[in-house]
Ligand binder design. Sequence first.
Ligand SMILES: C[C@](O)(C(=O)O)[C@H](CC(=O)O)C(=O)O
Length: 336
Amino acid sequence: MINPVVNQIPTAPVDKVITPANPSWLQLNHLPATTNGFESGATKLRKMLFETNELIVCPGVYDGLSARTAMELGFDALYMTGAGTTASRLGQPDLAIAQLHEMRENAEMIANLDPFGPPLIADMDTGYGGPIMAARTVEQYIRAGVAGAHLEDQVLMKRCGHLSGKKVVDRGEYISRIRAAHAARVRMRSDFVLIARTDALQQHGYDECIARLKLARDEGADVGLCEGFISKAQAAQAVKDLAPWPLLLNSVENGKSPTITVDEARAMGFRIMIFSFATLAPAYLAIKETLLRLKTQGVVGTPKDVTPVTLFEVCGLKHSMAVDMDAGGLSFKEGV
Ligand SMILES: C[C@](O)(C(=O)O)[C@H](CC(=O)O)C(=O)O
């Protein structure tokens, strides 16, 4: 059974009240920043999940600009795709090539673009090793400001969930990953949302997926993810079979699953929806079209209203200028 205390109630420690000997000096310079008004991404995500019934829609982002663009449009949460991270940072396919270091670095940059911004769910693949590495990944993600992550049962030489030929580890090995990840989050006293993912559908069928997710749930995972549903009816059935445990739906257009819209997913009862290729695929198309124009016509052809300033503004130019000016800096006296 789900332990409501361990899993559902935000556990971040309440601020310690420190009474300094010299209050004004300490308050100005040395006291830990109060968390009044500031909430970690993990706490925000956990509250969205357990204090509302909303479907949390997360566009997949893979770098600073794609994340900033999603933030500009006001999405409530973001998803850092491992496939996109591997493609954009390493120029490689989603085949267990990006490891903890690259994944954590990318996630940390995205999660901290705006400390008050939307929480970031990240891919943590297989946990990058045995239970020790799964725990280490959760610890590093928490310290990096990541709000939640999905941990799967593919073999270490994994591949994208929407390719054929996937192999999963046995139940025992999978559950030891989940157990280690959950123990790490409890040790860290974090609200980090642990999402148990299974890729067993291709190799072992639907019933095995439900059995694995139930085991993961009972080990403390907060959310379940069954990768690669083959029909809408199967997706809807999984929500019913695991209710009231929250499920995440991974939407990969042109992958192994039928396209399910946000409204359909909401009606089925999913609680989180990620769109892994929402920015990577259109970025590829736009870049290719533009480079083709450059090659054939000798111009890039950027629309007139997209100036360098426009792009820098997406990336927080106004905030940076305000920080400088509020501090008495003179760099922007004459504007930009
Ligand atoms: C969700 C996923 O892990 C990702 O990296 O975005 C991938 C997406 C993909 O490569 O299709 C997955 O589904 O395995």
